[in-house]
Design a binder for this molecule. Sequence first.
Ligand code: PLP
Length: 380
Amino acid sequence: MVAHRVHTVEISGIRKMFEAAPPNAINLGLGEPDFEPPTEVIEALVSAVRDGMNHYGPSAGLAALRDKVAERYHDRDPRTGRENVIVTGSGSEALMVAAMCLYDRGDEVLVPNPGFVLYGPDARLMGATPVAYSLPSTRRYLPDPDELEKLVTRRTRAIVVNSPSNPTGAVFPAKIVEKIVALAERHDLTIISDEVYDEMVYDGKFASFWGRTDRAVIVNSFSKTLAMTGWRIGYLVAPRSLALDLNKMHYHIMACPPTPAQVAVIAGLSNGTAATRAMAREFRARRDLVVRLLNQVPGIEVVPPSGAFYAFPRFTWDRTASEVATALLRRGVITTPGDAFGSLGASHLRLSFAASRENLKRGIAIIGRYAESIEGVAPG
Ligand code: PLP
């Protein structure tokens, strides 16, 4: 009865775990900050609703917000203006809009393995074929430019990149960004760069694709930076002519982004994102804690994540990631099986450290006891 495309995608493994969890389970599963939006943002939302900002706005977003976002990108390209910015109803919608605008039936799209759960399905929904490029633990989850070159065919239309990465926490060094830009220019590809964690970098410096080439479309979101995953607001930054086409697709999905949320976000950005920086400092401390605790668990290795708020430990047990995540769920901790992000996520778990230090300690203690039960080590 339903269209063929419905059968090409499934509900993500992240959601399945979350929905199967017992009450009071420690949640290291979902990727959302355990913070509330900054007070001035909440106040601005309430005032916006009270003051009658409850109606449709421009499809591409309020001019004042587009200007604020453009300003944020001036250090990457000083020519960035409001015409480059489309405000969307989340990063997820931004990814879908990019897919609708850029992929035709029969195209191939290079997507990361492991990688965020929407990239492959968004391509398939457009009748395109996702072609995975590998981000193995042995390369600290970074891409190999030579492999990318080999994967490009006549049909390759675009490459999706995500740094800092969900699920691995890897941050691409500038050298890799340059190589991907060169690849895209050589083969006439568009780069869809998902930079939703660009403010959460703990080691080294974040290298954006914006300002490096006129072939990049940036996907970003306020979900994580302003702790408002439930508000559903994000944006695209793109070359001006492409932005007009992106806006056309966006209009057909949602007419315009939510007006009161946009007013509130403007207040958040006016504060110079001090709240975001404070949150990132806390995530960095938790990153150090999680890495230290995981390194004490027998049978587990972890590459310290340089950004985002996920650790991606690899285990050596003769179990599938789903078996491990299900066993842990029964013991009271929600994790996400690594293979929900692609085949190279096998033998991995994704742990979100957007959870309190207390819950991280308790959750990893449960993982430790589980590991000891498998390894036959007496709990110490
Ligand atoms: N991109 C990445 C890498 C993500 O991790 C997420 C959310 O987890 C998104 C995009 C989508 O975020 P949202 O739709 O909440 O803006």
